[in-house]
Design a protein around this ligand. Structure first.
Ligand code: ATP
Ligand code: MG
Length: 324
């Protein structure tokens, strides 16, 4: 384990996807004479990397070298996002970002007081990126992939369905599949054809249901869907994450492997999926088996959900999970 984490240092991983900024507006709650009767007095505002940028942060935090490929708007939030990428200080996140002036930088704003969330406001455009932007993105992606080919690293696609991950012939996603590096996909609600040909896919239960076209709920239903998920996505491995019920790995051996979640008292699950795919890809890149990488990813996700807000896990925290 310590060896794997040591090997992971500076290991390059390309992250392509929907880059976001999470904005946390901390407030004091006051009564308001106006409808709806609630007034929030802003005390301070905090920013964190979200979506694909949070995947990159997870890689960097584990010691890897993250190369982030995505799109921002041409606005103040894009500047804040770039600032957060470099502000990470001792972690390396290299930006391969395309500016698209026709869309805003995706921002999720949460208004909080006393640890309670009152409102979430999303600023985003959900249409697919335009042809010219996609072309620029392919250039950025090729540049990032060049950096990992010799290593050999891997490529994560973090699809939040905000329009960066385009499908069909000649699309960005087809480009990804021809990149000659292992491709890991954290999907959103799309049919399996969209992701066909990836190496590894990590749907949560809802996304897995979408991939097979029916609701999966019980452990038996999930287990039965495994071979179907592998076949429909033509992938080598499928990891179905199930929140507090852990995760199930299909494809690495004859039998599915169920990994129970680490018990956490008050779980804050935001970003758990980002941690799973980052850890899985990084550990595989340094030689862990699928089963080992999934067990480590489950432990990393357990650490992250025990923290408040979009969080990450350090190599020391991860190691401590295995030596106690
Ligand atoms: N309540 C919890 N307690 C312990 N571990 C958890 C909990 N919730 C999630 N996890 C861990 O995180 C992993 C991913 O969680 P989940 O299936 O909710 O992903 P997700 O829906 O993609 O999350 P998100 O999109 O919010 O990041 C789980 O497989 C598990 O390892
Ligand atoms: Mg997810």
């Amino acid at each position: 384990m310590a060896d794997l984490l040591k090997e992971a240092r500076e290991k390059p991983v390309v992250v392509l996807g929907d880059v976001m900024l999470d904005e946390f507006v901390h407030c004091m709650k006051e009564d308001s004479p106006e409808p709806p009767g609630l007034k929030l007095w802003v005390t301070n505002t905090e920013y964190r990397l979200g979506g694909a940028a949070n995947v990159a942060l997870n890689i960097a935090r584990l010691g890897g070298r993250a190369l982030l490929v995505g799109v921002t708007g041409d606005d103040e939030n894009a500047k804040m996002l770039r600032h957060k990428l470099v502000e990470q200080g001792r972690y390396t996140i290299e930006a391969f970002l395309v500016i698209d002036p026709s869309r805003p930088t995706t921002v999720k704003t949460r208004f909080l007081s006393g640890g309670v969330a009152h409102l979430r406001v999303d600023r985003e455009k959900r249409e697919f990126i335009s042809g010219p932007v996609e072309k620029q993105l392919k250039v950025q992606l090729a540049g990032a992939i060049d950096e990992v080919l010799g290593s050999p690293g891997s490529l994560i696609v973090s699809d939040y369905q905000k329009g960066v991950v385009t499908g069909g012939s000649g699309s960005l996603f087809q480009h990804v599949l021809h990149s000659r590096v292992p491709v890991y996909v954290d999907p959103k609600y799309r049919p399996a054809e969209f992701y066909r040909g990836v190496d590894v896919i990590t749907p949560n239960l809802k996304e897995a249901s979408e991939l097979v076209g029916r609701t999966l709920d019980t452990p038996q239903e999930i287990e039965e869907a495994g071979p179907e998920l592998l076949k429909a996505t033509v992938s080598k491995a499928v990891l179905v994450t199930q929140g507090e019920d852990g995760m199930t790995l299909f494809g690495s051996s004859e039998d599915p492997l169920h990994i129970p979640a680490i018990p956490v008292k008050e779980a804050d699950t935001v970003g758990a999926g980002d941690t799973v795919i980052s850890t899985l890809a990084l550990m595989r890149a340094v030689g862990a088996t699928f089963a080992e990488a999934a067990i480590i990813a489950n432990a990393a996700a357990g650490i992250v959900v025990s923290k408040v807000g979009t969080a990450t896990c350090s190599p020391e925290e991860l190691l401590a999970q295995f030596v106690k």
